[in-house]
Write a protein that binds this ligand. Sequence first.
Ligand SMILES: [Zn+2]
Ligand SMILES: [Zn+2]
Length: 344
Amino acid sequence: MLAYTYLSKGNFQLMERPKPVLQNDRDAIVRVTLASICTSDLHIKHGSVPRAVPGITVGHEMVGVVEQVGSKVHSVRPGDRVAVNVETFCGECFFCRHGWVNNCTDPDGGWALGCRIDGGQAPYVRVPCADQGLTRIPDSVTDRQALFVGDILATGFWAVRISDIGPEDTVLILGAGPTGVCTLACALLKHPRHIIVCEKDPDRREFVRTHYPQVLTVGPEEVAGLVAQTSEHGGADVVLEVAGVPETFRLAWECARPNAVVTVVALYDGPQTLPLPDMYGKNLTFKTGGVDGCDCAEILRLIEEGKIDTTPLITHTYPLEQIAQAYDLFEQRRDGVIKVAIQP
Ligand SMILES: [Zn+2]
Ligand SMILES: [Zn+2]
């Protein structure tokens, strides 16, 4: 089969690879019906994910149909339509039992698919710990509706869950890229008093205004003023930083009111500075991390009920044979691209 393969820094290629087979009685083989390209794939391409293993098939955001399961897989059967979780987790270790599945101690635990083991920018993928890694898609939910459930939507849902958003709150979301918009879609479920989305790209601000007219949008230069006007206690009650540059890291704590929660979802290229003397007395709570992706069933239920719809994020669709062009479009941010779907 043809699979998009990480060969070396800067070099991904569509190559002939063997179809995956079951290696363990907890594995499943999934026929990929729709995949997508994630910013993390670009991080691998640029060599900024040291644990990525050269030679693997990339891609960690996908949906498909179960083709084959190992003898210890009980939650899915061949023929089931499933969302694939970006994270592999055993469900049994200390971290899994607390819901902290990103830190699962299984050798394949955490982000393995499309990073340390073969992923899904290919017609088939082997999913380890399939009882945890696969979630059945309800019949009325399409592949396009479910495409982001296992990765960026799981991330937005988790970020909102740990941020303790209440009905009185002014919530500031920094960044309206794909993960920022997913975070916004999940924050709306908490019905805070105000949501402000800060984004420097005018096209992305326009996208938010079109699809989420109840939300305030602003550029980074004006955000501090708008937050001051909109909030009652000198800053945002909750800040979610999803942009991942030094400027937005600084804005995240600057725009927060005293005793606010600042949740850092973004992945940065380098260390950030916490100027503790300047922040002294503000008594902020910082929450950081990579998604604990264990809410996929609940997210699919919300999609089924019409409460989350991320299909407008899919601006382009390419066949697998043209995946190199799709990467180029996504990376160069041409033609208003937000997310690209790939059809194997
Ligand atoms: Zn991703
Ligand atoms: Zn575990």
